[in-house]
Write a protein that binds this ligand. Structure first.
Ligand code: PLP
Length: 407
């Protein structure tokens, strides 16, 4: 997301709003959603290929999800983590069985899930004792891990750091996919290597499975923890429950958030048994509450029952092939995995293309100035994909024509 204020909504509306202008909002107020569709206040329908920023795996207001959330809200909403609740226990069992390892800490967002992972890295790094501490975390240039102080420091985007320096120290950034660079920095000061299997906000940049395997080897050999930030790629987005399963590389820690609650805020940090927090080491008042956990269980159930992993792979292939076949001028490439796709343009036109799409009744998001990110619900239909492709061809052509004439 671009964060410059007042781009689309207009200075007047920003000035009148009681909300801090952290987001440059589109001039559309959405009021209702169902499946892949959303409607604005004027009753206009949109195909939602933004999906709340890759956060709606089963679409809007799926009846099974609505029923589960309503029933849980009417039964037990909040008791704090001083008590155990059945939805949280069940979700933890479900997630560790899907991941095939670990224990879970529940948070309320992606940044918080990563903050937990970074505290686990620090704990691991201090365990070697005085003089042998491992205080560094290696992450990637262009990565995105959140907006809290530590996750911002982990984020490999200097422009986002600048207004808030000094940030927590000890983060080292290397170019994505560069084995020699990784080899050079992972050593006896490294507590952890933190990677997004597909860099999401950084422009939908998939990392090669062989690179992830190389990172795994380095970490194992040199005593560092391998952490995958699957806040965007998890919960089926790439066609497997976790992107690490697609790559066949198992991390020691994996974080989830975006898609997990099907629209409700929840984050999860899954860590190997020996890395798990102990009593008093971490906490959250709302993390893993009964309603978001019940929502997440409904999401996982629907994905399984409706074979949305299979649909994600099939629709992802249809979209990728369809976008490539459009053979649009000004497009440098189509990349990604499953239903986390990016159309990379040669110029900074992503914002213009997204607005042109919106004018044609389709929502998508920007992932940097050159990349249009496409992340519809995993339940998207073949016919919806075809409609989107037609709108995309038209929107991109209109944008490129405008660029050429400079209007
Ligand atoms: C969105 C995102 C985050 C931050 O999640 P929030 O819920 O906004 O805090 C962290 N990591 C990745 C990979 C993300 O895509």
């Amino acid at each position: 997301m671009n964060v410059a204020a007042g781009r689309a909504i207009g200075d007047q509306a920003v000035a009148e709003s009681a909300i801090m202008p952290t987001y440059a909002r589109y001039p559309v107020t959405l009021v209702r959603g169902r499946g892949t569709l959303v409607w604005d206040a004027a009753g206009r329908e949109y195909l939602d290929f933004a999906g709340g920023i890759a956060a709606m795996p089963i679409g809007h207001s799926h009846p099974a999800w609505v029923e589960a959330v309503a029933e849980q809200a009417a039964t037990l909403t909040h008791v704090s983590n001083l008590f155990s609740t059945e939805p949280q226990e069940e979700l933890a069992r479900r997630l560790t069985s899907l991941a095939r390892f670990g224990r879970v800490f529940f948070a309320n967002s992606g940044a918080e899930a990563n903050e937990a992972a970074l505290k686990i890295a620090r704990k691991h790094g201090l365990a070697a004792g005085p003089g042998s501490e491992r205080l560094e975390v290696v992450a990637l240039q262009g990565s995105f891990h959140g907006r809290t102080f530590a996750t911002l420091a982990a984020t490999g985007q200097p422009a986002k750091h600048a207004p808030f320096a000094p940030l927590p120290e000890g983060f080292v950034h290397v170019p994505p996919g560069d084995r020699a660079a990784l080899d050079a920095v992972v050593g006896d000061r490294t507590a952890a290597v933190l990677l997004e299997p597909v860099l999401g906000e950084g422009g939908v940049v998939p990392l090669e499975p062989s690179y992830l395997a190389f990172a795994r080897e380095l970490c194992t050999e040199r005593g560092a923890v391998l952490m995958f930030d699957e806040v965007q790629t998890g919960v089926g987005r790439t066609g497997e429950w976790f992107a690490f399963q697609r790559a066949g590389v198992e991390p020691d820690v994996v974080t989830l958030a975006k898609g997990l609650g099907g629209g409700l805020p929840i984050g999860a940090c899954i860590a190997r048994e020996e890395l798990a927090f102990g009593p008093g080491e971490h906490a959250s008042t709302f993390g893993g509450g009964p309603v978001p956990c019940r929502a997440a269980l409904a999401v996982l159930e629907v994905i399984e029952r409706e074979d949305l992993l299979g649909n994600c792979r099939a629709r992802g292939a249809q979209l990728t092939e369809g976008l490539r076949a459009l053979d649009l001028p000004g497009v440098a490439g189509v990349r990604g995995a499953g239903l986390l796709l990016g159309v990379a343009f040669e110029d900074d036109v992503a914002g213009a293309v997204v607005r042109a799409l919106m004018a044609r009744g389709c929502l998508a998001t920007e992932a940097g100035p050159k990349v249009v990110r496409i992340s519809p619900p995993l339940s998207v239909s073949a016919e919806e994909v075809e409609r989107f492709l037609a709108a995309f061809a038209d929107a991109a052509a209109a944008t490129m024509a405008k660029e050429e004439t400079g209007t």
